[in-house]
Design a protein around this ligand. Structure first.
Ligand code: MIG
Length: 730
């Protein structure tokens, strides 16, 4: 083991000769090894190619991070596995989901952060086998261990994030409402969704195309029988204010004559089997090959294919099935069929029955396929299993780099299902196949900050739940809970009940419209906070414990801080007409109610039961903080960001740096785009407002809505051209 100091608080411990994952992007080659190696926090044990790191947990230690996984914000008591898995049933016992996120932060008397840069399987037993031990089992002996020793947790996260580079910047319209379903499988069905959205005045920016838009599930093809004149159709929808977002799957259909297949075979771009033949597996298209995204040349080639769709006018994609998901292989299918034949006509006993059943279930037990599949890394043939967790990351990197070449100045929407640390530079992610279960609203809330810690910022869950049937109240509450998630998309599985916002009764549609309008009103704040977090290695979603040190804030698992000014505490319980909220400091409650005026109320620190009927949404504005709002519109392009409203809770003095940019080009440097600095000084019910604007800014009017700790409310208008403030106006 060698050790290096990267920074006063950051050390790298290199075990053996690690595989270069490229998850981080600092210049590693300049490292100078140190003599003394010290890693006092861990006991290290190596056996049979496996490395076990053991950490002694103290009673009060909380373990947070590990990205996409079931469980709480505090993962203590669980086993979590980093091994990208397509598992559509996220029950509490599940250990692995789609992404592999090897970072965690131990918060207690001493704070410690770690990142394990290793592309294979790792398991984290966090006080499960033994209550005060964290046992990390690494399926190998060659890896990098980064240790972050900061007193402040947020600083530790920032240090980790800095090593990854700046975060992905989506176009601004990607913060609007998006509607999806598996599938709107014809142009007319897509039109119907668009019609309904506009007819019911439901703001929406994008409609999704799931696998059925393709010709026999072949990537980069469009089925002209279902989508005649696709180019024209994309344009028609764009004129109506909707972007179409097609899905791209990892597997390439085996079909001579299909150009992606032909070229891939000819140039040896696919993953191979033990005999160096392209590896064969089955997914939606039937038999497929998987591109070997480990090879830079393959990434370039695959990335270029996206142009087929951008040439049609497409501006966003979602990459799916890139764990990669395998339904079955020739071998697993063969074994099953053979056993089934043996049983045919026989009076089979229970043992045979269970063997048969297990074989059937094992058809999609991917680990076997991952052992047999191989990839090439710098001329070396490597078993896919060893580098399994990089697959989705590299597919998405391929897409991002390809798209960037198509138009270097344009931002595209891109997100992926599978991921690895570092992918947050290239794209966002969605949390995969959740269910229309109330429990999954809470699971989403818990996952958001854990994902942010790993640099995944453009994130969201399928609103309303993917599997199963959504009830109208579930959809309403889920929409409220997602109000501030950067990716805001309603999506549902084939065969489930329709759950578009207009699919239920009139009341539900109205309640959701109110929420969507609130979402759009919040876009200036969401965008400002998102971009600052991406460019400044910050957290957009934070557990309360990152800002408040009282004992309750350490424990809260169902409230989050969002950006610098807001606390959210959504309802995620069926039939609830309110909930308990922990308010760690005095805050301003902003309650929106359908068909009523908004309500504002100063809330004292403490535990509060908040009444919130189904059509009521609460947001909390932190003390001496503010949020920036705009008038909602039917889509983001139609919004006017020149007339803004600032909602502030001021006790003495509040300041805010508002970020904005053109929302579509790659010209998004942080300093340049802090478009205004706002300072509000309060004395009783008197306010002094200073707005410092960048010269290029087109903002013309700002409406201020101010509350002081006495709960007194004041409104005033700031006219930018004259610099004058008019009090009491509306
Ligand atoms: O095997 O493309 O997570 O969002 O709708 C299912 C169909 C494949 C899984 C994705 C889901 C998508 C679905 N896909």
């Amino acid at each position: 083991m060698k050790s290096y100091t990267l920074h006063r608080h950051v050390q790298l411990f290199r075990f053996g000769d690690p595989f270069e994952t490229e998850s981080l992007c600092y210049p590693g080659e300049n490292l100078i090894p140190q003599e003394e190696v010290e890693l006092p926090e861990f006991d290290i044990f190596k056996n049979n190619g496996i490395t076990v790191l053991t950490y002694q947990l103290e009673k009060q230690d909380r373990v947070i991070g590990l990205g996409e996984s079931v469980g709480g914000i505090n993962k203590r008591g669980r086993v979590i596995e980093a091994y990208a898995t397509d598992d559509p049933i996220h029950t509490p016992d599940k250990r692995a989901l789609y992404g592999a996120h090897n970072y965690l932060f131990i918060a207690g008397n001493k704070n410690l952060g770690i990142y394990l840069d290793f592309p294979g399987k790792i398991s984290y037993d966090i006080g499960f086998s033994h209550p005060d031990r964290m046992i990390i089992t690494i399926d190998g002996g060659d890896f990098d261990l980064y240790v972050f020793r900061h007193d402040d947790l947020l600083e530790a996260v920032r240090s980790f994030r800095k090593l990854q580079g700046v975060g992905y910047a989506p176009p601004k319209w990607a913060f609007g409402n998006q509607q999806s379903r598996w599938s709107y499988d014809t142009a007319d069905k897509v039109r119907e969704v668009a019609d309904n959205m506009r007819k019911k005045w439901l703001p929406c920016d994008a409609i999704y195309l799931d696998i059925d838009y393709m010709e026999n599930y072949k990537d980069f093809t469009v089925d002209e029988t279902k989508f005649p004149d696709f180019r024209q159709f994309v344009e028609e929808m764009k004129i109506r204010g909707f972007r179409l977002i097609p899905i791209i799957d990892a597997g390439v259909k085996i079909e001579p004559g299909y150009h992606v297949y032909d070229e891939g075979v000819e140039k040896k771009y696919f993953c191979i089997n033990e005999k160096d033949q392209p590896f064969v597996a089955a997914v939606w298209p039937g038999w497929v090959h998987f591109p070997d995204f480990q090879q830079p040349e393959v990434r370039q080639w695959f990335g270029k294919q996206y142009q087929v769709l951008t040439d049609y006018g497409i501006e966003g994609f979602w990459n799916d099935m890139n764990e990669p998901s395998v339904f079955y292989t020739e071998e697993s299918l063969g074994t099953f069929i053979q056993k089934a034949k043996e049983c045919e006509g026989k009076n089979i006993d229970l043992e045979d029955f269970f063997v048969l059943k297990d074989l059937f279930e094992a058809l999609s037990a991917n680990p076997d396929a991952y052992q047999k599949m191989h990839q090439i890394s710098e001329t070396k043939k490597i078993q896919h299993h060893q580098i399994h967790n990089l697959y989705g990351f590299n597919m998405t990197r391929a897409a991002a780099e390809g798209i960037e070449k198509i138009d270097p100045n344009k931002r595209y929407l891109l997100f992926s299902r599978s991921s690895f640390t570092g992918m947050g530079r290239y794209a966002g992610l969605w949390t995969g196949d959740n269910y229309s279960w109330w429990e999954h609203i809470l699971l989403m809330i818990k996952m958001l900050p854990a994902l942010n810690m790993g640099g995944f910022l453009y994130i969201g869950a399928d609103i309303g739940g993917f599997g199963g049937d959504a009830s109208p109240d579930l959809l309403v509450r889920w929409t409220q809970a997602s109000l501030l998630t950067p990716l805001f998309r309603n999506h549902s599985a084939i065969g489930t009940r329709n759950q578009e916002p207009y699919s239920f009764d009139h009341w539900t549609t109205e309640a959701i419209r109110k929420m969507l309008e609130l979402r759009y009103a919040l876009i200036p704040y969401i965008y400002s906070e998102y971009m600052k977090a991406a460019l400044h290695h910050d957290l957009y979603f934070k557990p309360l414990s990152f800002e408040y040190i009282d004992e309750h804030s350490m424990e809260v698992e169902d409230q989050l801080l969002v950006g610098e000014s807001v606390m959210m505490a959504p309802i995620y319980q069926e039939n609830a007409r309110g909930r308990y909220v922990w308010v760690p400091e005095e805050m301003l409650l902003w309650k929106t109610v359908m068909n009523h005026q908004d309500e504002f109320q100063v809330i004292k620190p403490g535990h509060h039961y908040m009444h919130l009927e189904l059509d009521e949404t609460a947001l909390f504005i932190r003390k001496n903080k503010m949020i920036v709002l705009a008038e909602p519109a039917q889509n983001v392009d139609l919004m006017n960001f020149d007339r803004l409203t600032v909602l502030a809770f001021v006790d003495g003095e509040a300041t805010y740096g508002y970020y904005d940019d053109d929302g579509e080009t790659t010209n998004y440097k942080l300093e340049k785009n802090i478009k205004m600095m706002i300072r509000i000084r309060q004395h009783h019910n008197d306010y002094q407002i200073d707005v410092e604007l960048k010269s290029s800014v087109t903002i013309s009017k700002i409406h201020f809505m101010l509350t002081n700790p006495a709960g007194e409310f004041a409104e005033m208008d700031y006219d930018v051209s004259s610099g004058e403030i008019h009090k009491g106006s509306n």
